[in-house]
Every structure is written in structure tokens, then in C-alpha cells.
Design a protein around this ligand. Structure first.
Ligand code: PAZ
Ligand code: MN
Length: 914
């Protein structure tokens, strides 16, 4: 216990095509499973999959009364924009927005809690932002028909299945969609003819700039540098963003000086761009697609084609001007002196030589323009780059070399979608003006992160299609089980550009059509936790998930998979359908792991918190609603049965002994963690209660870090009457953890006049108790305890759990309330930059935080500093760190080998005693 104080899936649709990225297919349209339906009322927008279930459910079965527009759809109107296009010479980029299903799910407890927290505003719309998801999809312009089919199959012109215009039966005839790029002119008639819609043209430069500005403002890890094969995300300071140079490399290249929102000037450009590479490449190599050409370059050797300094200087460097022998003196220069035909050269070498020539040229021209305007930062976007390591390294090298390190080349994860995003932003009512970083959660559904076997087929329409695709993928694709290790970066010579350092045998997924772009979930109900001491410097992850660290977690998570999938399948009744979904889940999650193993930065800056959440999201993607449901229920029942005895025992103690016993109890009960192998092995050795008792015996002081005396003084001496006004208890697991650990502690705080807010997960994660499950548990516990009963009544919990909403609070009994709020997460960890608005509201009056568990207090938030007292507790290491914590000592002790070791240690010693 520690404290601080303030103190797809890319499918190739046709031969060799660039294909379409089907992360858009994330919206499962299939009917929810029975378990999914049963819990549909507990769903929240944070998850990618829950709202999907709600989405179809709402349209088909839902009623408007079930919904709560106050929270989720404040700006809803019939003319909401949801689709914008950028139709370029080579590719069509689509950005579309699908709204979240509203909370048919908004349950009465939440309304009641919100009232108490002063959040209920009588139905007025309080959130300016529309909740939903922003999808990024692209098609080859040559396959325009596929794009048109996609738009109509997804009902994008109707705003999706729950669109108001659809409900009201509006026809698409008078629908106008925003479009930019030359194709907006060229194909306007075709759109009208095929879809009956008009394209409203938006200026391309305007769109590029507003798209880039949006991304740099709204997405935390959008920009990155790429040098010598190494990718590093750059945190952009909003107050120091302008001016910058934006270089958009599409078919041609535009160079734009950006001075602010809507303030820019196209200062230059070059006609030697992506179209040049593809065009020349196609003529010279007979490649059928851009990606094929790019893939070819991976195996190329440009020295057979390019004239190097050494070729001119007889193998020597031209050191006087800083050029090494291997520096390219003249691209394609070697071919003039050789009596060879085109067919005598390897297509691989031609492709690499071309790519290098064009990338380098773009880098150099960009640098010259940056120099012209005194700009230090150059952002490169456009589909030419497509996350391709060699291209980025070449551009970076040119910028770095010519500017002597003064200017920096940066790349954007959504590089290809700047124009489409800008067109989207040009709708008057897109509702995203007030968007903040904390409103966006990026998800990587199955289709987004990787490509593999050349699977052909129709767009994925529903869950079944997704699973079938996964099955086909497993048969054909090998990449997901055979990750490609990163190449060892080589050195570049003395200022000259030599061999590319970052090219492997296989074209990385990010280098092909899929990119590393997930689906952006806009969740207007997320907020920054107001008690963070310094949100700007806050980093949730305790350790960096670098390659080594990732290897460790790869094994932990892979080892856990068989057991997890067994539970998941059982939780859905063990049917054939559940088995099939289970297999698909395993393959999909393994594919994510393999992708990350290959490149830990593939999905942006990805920490352990993201990784653990990805597993939960992946389960939800295959409609596993709550894999641990029966374990949770069994443990809750067993623990509730012994609660009365525990409370009686505690009540015989004096205050001081009781406080210690309570804290020991919290530490002891936190051993019930189904995510830890050591803990799970232990569960086979005894009953829940036996293990709890043993564990309690082990929790004798002194703890590894022990600030109990400080806490005791605060509670029992310094502030005897009301030590704290409001405590937020971040609960962790189910069963003993919450019933025998946290609830008795909550009871003690209530006794001292402290309001208690139990903060629990919004969505299931392993065996973590959720906010929706808590009222019932509390109701059960209240049968044996007057303090809990009165407080729960005052907090509106009992009435909710037993009889429905308590509408009139005037009659509520005078008592310190016990409340429940959801944290906005569906993971074992918590990122305090993105919590539910309900929790943020509850935090305003809180002066004590108690965080427990590995996920919330160790993997994340070990280093977090808050504006009030905060206890962090971990059973695995029996910690109790109170106010004046020596953070440095604590952090050094808490690195990974350490907690693994302690976790085993405590389990071993419990077993020996058994
Ligand atoms: C997944 C978890 C973070 C959940 O822990 P909790 O927050 O419930 O304490 C934890 O079980 C964990 O880190 N497990 C993997 C390491 C291990 O096997 O011990
Ligand atoms: Mn847990």
C-alpha cells in the first residue's frame, strides 16, 4: 500500500491491388450472443465492441426511452456529417464517423449517483462533442466501384443503421458529402449516378492543413521521427506548434508553410512524387501495384544502378567534402556507362534506386524550403510514405544531413488521411471543435493492425465473416506466428547516404495498405482526473514496454491464453459458436502480439496498460462479454457468506487494532488476482476462505514499504472527527478482494464520517468487479451491517439494487453516503488522463484516494502524484506506502523482475503453510 501526498484486415480485392482496409468492419452487425444480450444494459462507450452490440440492438430492439442523449449524443441532428472523401490520383481516402449507440444502458444507479454528484442537469445537453468512432479506410482510385459498393453497403450515406435520417426514411438524393482531391471533380457525376449524392468540393490545401492541425492537436502520439530504423514518438506542445512546414507527398508533392489554424501558404512543391515512383516503377519493373513495387525494393541493392562516389573515385571517399565512397553521386548514373538493357537489371534494384532517388529529393527540397522560412520542423504526410521505414529514413537522412541536424523530419501516423480528415472537419456541424486529447481512445480491431496472406473476398459484414476471415488467415498466413525481428541498425558513413538500414525481407504491415491506424473512438464522457498533480507530466505506465520488456510480456500473455480462452468459451455456454469465436480470439490476439513483438511501436506509443487493455478489447471484439463471470459470482458468494463473521471479529477490536487489521485485510484479499499465474496456481490448493486466512497471516508488518503509522496518525489523531471528507476507493478484483478487503475498509471510513465512493471498472477485465456488479454485492453485504446499509441507502445504492430508482432525494436519510462510480475503463489498469466524467466529478470533493492492485497501482500509477493523500496497496509485495513516500526508492524496487519474484514468493510461502 503506497501513498503520496501533494503535498482485412487488409483484403486484396482483386489481383495485386492496394486493397481496402477493413478496420471499418469493426462494426459487427451480427446478432449479439445471448450472454451479450443479457448484459447489454451494462454497456459503455469506452469499448469498441460493446457499443457495436448496442448499435445493432438499439436499432432493432431498442426504444428511444432507453437512451440518454444527455451523455452521449448531445449534438445529434438530422444533418450530422459522417463521411468525407479525398479522391486522389492513386487512392481514395475515406474518413467516416459512426455514432455510438446511446446508453440504452444508462442505468438508474448512474443517474442517481450523478444527481448526488451534482452532475444531473435535467436532460440538457451538456457535452459539446458527439460520441462515436472515426474510421479510416482507403481504396485504389482505379477500383472506384469497390469504394462505391463499400459506401452503400455500410449505409454511410444514411449515417449508419441508427441514423436519424434513416429512421425518418430520408432518401440520399439530396445528400451532399464533402470531398477533396481532383477526383471530387472528376468523379462527381459518377457519385451522383451510382449513389445519388452530390459531392461538395473542398479545397485540397485547406483540407490538408486542417487535417494535420486536427491530428496534431487531438492525438497524443501522432507525430514521430524515424532515423536509422528507429521510430520515436514526439510529444507536440500545443502552444508551440506553429509555424511548421507540411509536406504532403501524394502523386505530386505540396509544400505548405502553416502558421496557425486556417493560416497557411503553399510555398512550393515538386512534380516528382509518389506518382513518379509508381509510374516509373511500373514501366520499369512491370509491377502491378504500388505496394508490390515497394515490397520489391525491400530486396533491392541500389549500388548496381546508382553511381556511387567510390565508382568515380576508384573506391575512395571524397573526404574533403564529407562524402564516403558509398554515397550516391548520381541516381541511376551507373546505367549510362554499362552496355546493358533494362531487362539486365533486377527489378528489385530498380525499385530501390527509384525509391531512394525520389525520397531523397523530397527530403532535400523540403529542407531548402524550411531553410527559406527559418522553420525547424517538417511534417511529412501523404500516401507515398505509408509508414515505410526506408522511405522515412531516407527523407530524415536528407533533412538531417543538409540542415546539419538543425531541422527535424517528422511523420504522421494518419499520414494518408490528412485531406479526407480536413474535408470531414469542413462540415459545419461535425461536432469536433471542442475535442480534446482525452476524448479520443484509439482501438486496434482485428482489421487494423496487420495484413498477411493474400485473402480475397467480400468486405467483412459481421462477426461471422470476421471469424471466417480469421480462419482463412490462419490457414494461409504465416506472418502472425512468425514475427519478423527488427533489423540491427547499421551505421551511415561519413555524411553520405549509404545502404538503407531499415529494410527487411518482408514488407511490414505498416508499409502496405493497412498502416498503423486504428479506429478513433470519440468518447465525450472521458475526462482528465482532476486530482492529478500535474497532468502534463503524468505518464500512466510505470515502465517502458521496449523490446526486451515486450518479450517478457509476450510470454506471460501467450502462456495465459489457453486458460483465458477456456474460461471465455465456458462463460458463453461452451457452445460450438463460442468455441469458434474463442479460436478466432486466440488467433487475433496472437496476431497483435506478433505484430508488436516485431515492432513494439507499431501502434503508437504502446505501454503495458494498452497491452492489457488490448487483450480485453480483443475478447470483446469476439463478443466475449465477461469471461470470468462465473468465477466472480462464485467468489462473491463465498466471501459474502463469511463477511458477517469478519465484521463481528473486527468490531471486537479497538480502533487502532481494527485499522491495522483492515489494512492487512485489504492487502491479504488482493491476492485473488486471476491475471497472475502464481496466484492462480495457489487457488488450486485451497478454498477462497482458507487462502484469504493464510494470506492475512502473512501480512504482518513491517511491510516492504510501510507508512501505516503515518496513515494511522492521520486517521485517529490529527483529524479524529472527520479524517477525510470523501475517499475514492479504486477497487480491484471480485470476491474476497472487494467483499472482505475493501468493503470493511469502506465501512470504517464511513464510521469516521468520510463519504466513500467505490470506483470500479466500467467493463469487465479478468476478475475485476465492475461498477454494475457492485450495488448487488453491497446490497447483500448490507443485510449484515447497519453502517453499510444506511450509507448505501444514502448513496442510492440499495434502492437501485433492490427496487429501482429513487427519484426524490428529499426523503433520503441523513447519513454519510456510500456511492459507486465507474472509472471509464475496461482494463486492469487505469490511465488517469482518461477517466469517466462521473469519476472526475466525484473526485472534485475527494481528499483521499486508495488504489489497489498490480494493474492500477503498480503497472500504472506507481509514479503518479496526486493533489491529495493517496494510498497504493499491493498484496503481492505487501506494501503500504503512505504520504511522504520516497518515490525513488520505491520505483527502483518496483521494476518487473521484482514484482514477479515477490508474487511467486508470497504464493510459495502461503503454500508451505498450507
Ligand atoms: C493482469 C494483472 C495486472 C492483474 O492484476 P491486478 O490488477 O488484479 O492486481 C496481473 O495479474 C499481472 O500483472 N499478471 C501478469 C504477471 C503474472 O503472471 O504475475
Ligand atoms: Mn484485478
Amino acid at each position: 500500500m503506497a501513498a503520496n501526498n501533494s503535498d482485412s484486415i487488409q483484403e486484396e480485392l482483386g489481383e495485386g491491388g492496394v486493397g481496402v482496409k477493413h478496420e471499418a468492419e469493426e462494426e459487427a452487425e451480427g446478432a449479439p450472443s445471448s450472454a451479450a444480450q443479457a448484459t447489454a444494459t451494462t454497456m459503455l462507450p469506452r469499448s469498441s465492441s460493446r457499443p457495436q452490440l448496442d448499435l445493432s440492438g438499439a436499432a432493432i430492439h431498442g426504444t428511444l426511452e432507453d437512451r440518454n442523449p444527455t451523455i452521449l449524443l448531445p449534438n445529434q441532428s438530422d444533418d450530422i456529417s459522417h463521411l468525407a472523401l479525398d479522391i486522389g490520383g492513386s487512392l481514395i481516402k475515406l474518413v467516416y464517423f459512426s455514432r455510438h449507440a446511446e446508453l440504452s444502458t444508462e442505468d438508474k444507479r448512474k443517474i442517481s449517483t450523478k444527481r448526488r454528484l451534482g452532475m444531473f442537469n435535467g436532460g440538457r445537453r451538456s457535452y459539446p462533442i458527439l460520441g462515436g468512432r472515426l474510421h479510416f479506410v482507403k481504396f485504389e482510385t482505379g477500383k472506384l466501384n469497390e469504394c462505391l459498393d463499400f459506401i452503400s453497403s455500410k449505409q454511410l450515406l444514411r449515417g449508419g443503421v441508427d441514423s436519424p435520417s434513416w429512421r425518418s426514411g430520408a432518401q440520399p438524393d439530396n445528400i451532399v458529402i464533402k470531398a477533396t482531391g481532383g477526383g471530387a471533380y472528376k468523379y462527381a457525376d459518377l457519385f451522383k449516378e451510382r449513389l445519388g449524392v452530390s459531392l461538395e468540393k473542398e479545397d485540397e490545401m485547406d483540407c490538408l492543413v486542417s487535417g494535420a492541425n486536427f491530428l496534431l492537436k487531438a492525438i497524443r502520439h501522432e507525430a514521430f521521427t524515424h532515423m536509422d530504423g528507429h521510430k520515436e514518438y514526439v510529444q507536440i506542445d500545443q502552444n508551440d506548434l506553429f509555424p511548421f512546414l507540411l509536406v504532403n507527398v501524394g502523386s505530386g508533392v505540396s509544400i505548405i508553410k502553416v502558421d496557425g489554424h486556417g493560416k497557411f501558404q503553399r510555398v512550393s512543391g515538386t512534380n516528382v512524387g509518389g506518382g513518379t515512383y509508381w509510374g516509373l516503377g511500373r514501366l520499369m519493373t512491370k509491377c502491378k501495384s504500388f505496394d508490390e513495387l515497394l515490397e520489391l525494393s525491400q530486396r533491392g541493392d541500389n549500388s548496381t544502378i546508382d553511381m556511387l562516389v567510390g565508382d568515380i573515385y576508384g573506391g575512395l571517399d571524397y573526404s574533403k567534402i564529407g562524402l564516403s565512397a558509398s554515397t550516391i553521386a548520381s541516381s541511376f548514373g551507373k546505367t549510362i556507362s554499362e552496355n546493358k538493357e533494362l531487362s539486365d537489371y533486377r527489378p528489385e534494384d530498380i525499385s530501390l534506386s527509384l525509391l531512394r532517388m525520389i525520397s531523397y529529393n523530397i527530403g532535400q527540397i523540403s529542407y531548402l524550403n524550411a531553410l527559406r522560412y527559418g522553420l525547424k520542423r517538417i511534417f511529412f504526410g501523404g500516401f507515398f510514405i505509408r509508414g515505410h521505414a526506408y522511405t522515412m529514413d531516407t527523407i530524415s537522412f536528407a533533412v538531417n544531413f543538409w540542415s546539419k541536424g538543425e531541422a527535424q523530419a517528422m511523420f504522421l501516423r494518419h499520414e494518408g488521411f490528412l485531406g479526407a480528415l480536413g474535408a470531414f472537419m469542413s462540415y459545419e456541424k461535425h461536432g469536433l471543435d471542442d475535442l480534446r486529447v482525452h476524448h479520443l481512445v484509439e482501438r486496434f480491431p482485428m482489421g487494423a493492425p496487420y495484413v498477411g496472406g493474400k485473402i480475397h473476398g467480400p468486405p467483412l459484414g459481421d462477426l461471422n465473416a470476421k471469424i471466417s476471415w480469421m480462419e482463412k488467415f490462419v490457414q494461409k498466413g504465416t506472418q502472425i506466428i512468425a514475427p519478423v525481428p527488427m533489423g540491427v541498425p547499421a551505421t551511415t558513413g561519413m555524411g553520405g547516404f549509404e545502404r538503407p538500414t531499415s529494410k527487411g525481407d518482408i514488407l511490414r504491415s505498416d508499409a502496405s495498405a493497412a498502416l498503423n491506424v486504428g479506429v478513433l473512438h470519440l468518447v465525450p464522457t472521458l475526462d482528465v482526473f482532476p486530482l492529478l498533480e500535474d497532468p502534463k507530466t503524468y505518464e500512466p505506465n510505470t515502465i517502458d514496454l521496449d523490446q526486451d520488456e515486450f518479450k517478457y510480456w509476450f510470454k506471460v500473455l501467450s502462456d495465459h491464453l489457453p486458460d483465458l480462452v477456456d474460461k471465455a468459451v465456458a462463460s458463453e455456454g461452451g457452445t460450438d459458436d463460442a468455441e469458434r469465436r474463442g479460436d478466432a480470439f486466440v488467433h487475433a490476439f496472437s496476431a497483435h502480439l506478433a505484430r508488436l513483438m516485431e515492432e513494439p511501436a507499431a501502434y503508437g506509443k504502446f505501454g503495458l496498460a494498452n497491452l492489457l487493455e488490448l487483450r480485453e478489447e480483443c475478447l470483446r471484439e469476439f463478443q466475449f462479454v465477461d469471461a470470468y463471470i462465473s468465477i466472480k459470482q462464485r467468489e462473491n458468494e463465498a466471501s459474502l457468506a463469511v463477511l458477517p463473521d469478519l465484521l463481528m471479529e473486527l468490531d471486537t477490536m479497538n480502533e487502532e487494532a481494527r485499522l491495522l487489521a483492515l489494512i492487512e485485510g485489504v492487502l491479504a484479499a488482493n491476492i485473488f488476482d486471476w491475471g497472475s499465474r502464481a496466484c492462480v496456481e495457489l487457488y488450486h490448493k485451497g478454498t477462497i476462505i482458507e487462502i484469504y486466512r493464510m494470506s492475512r497471516k502473512k501480512m504482518q508488518r513491517p511491510w516492504r514499504i510501510d507508512d501505516f503509522d503515518m496513515f494511522k496518525k492521520r486517521m485517529l489523531t490529527d483529524r479524529k472527527d472527520q479524517p477525510y471528507k470523501r475517499a475514492l476507493l479504486f477497487v480491484d478484483n471480485s470476491g474476497a478482494d472487494v467483499v472482505l478487503g475493501m468493503l470493511p475498509l469502506a465501512r470504517e471510513l464511513l464510521r469516521h464520517g468520510t463519504e466513500v465512493v467505490l470506483v470500479a471498472n466500467s467493463l469487465p477485465a479478468l476478475n475485476d468487479v465492475t461498477a454494475n456488479e457492485l450495488p448487488e454485492i453491497i446490497a447483500e453485504a448490507s443485510k449484515h451491517c447497519g453502517i453499510l446499509r444506511k450509507a448505501a441507502e444514502a448513496g442510492g445504492l440499495l434502492v437501485d439494487a433492490m427496487a429501482g430508482i429513487q427519484d426524490d432525494l428529499k426523503d433520503a436519510p441523513e447519513s454519510v453516503p456510500l456511492m459507486v462510480v465507474e472509472n471509464g475503463c475496461g482494463s486492469p489498469c487505469i490511465d488517469f488522463r482518461q477517466v469517466s466524467s462521473e469519476l472526475a466529478a466525484a473526485a472534485k470533493d475527494a481528499d483521499l484516494l486508495i488504489l489497489e492492485g498490480m494493474g492500477r497501482a503498480l503497472h500504472t500509477n506507481l509514479n503518479a502524484r496526486f493533489k491529495c493523500d493517496a494510498l497504493k496497496q499491493l498484496a503481492e509485495v505487501s506494501w503500504f506506502i503512505c504520504t511522504q513516500l520516497d518515490e525513488e526508492t520505491c520505483i527502483r524496487r518496483m521494476i518487473r523482475p521484482m514484482y514477479q519474484e515477490t508474487s511467486y514468493h508470497i504464493c510459495d510461502s502461503l503454500e508451505q503453510d498450507n
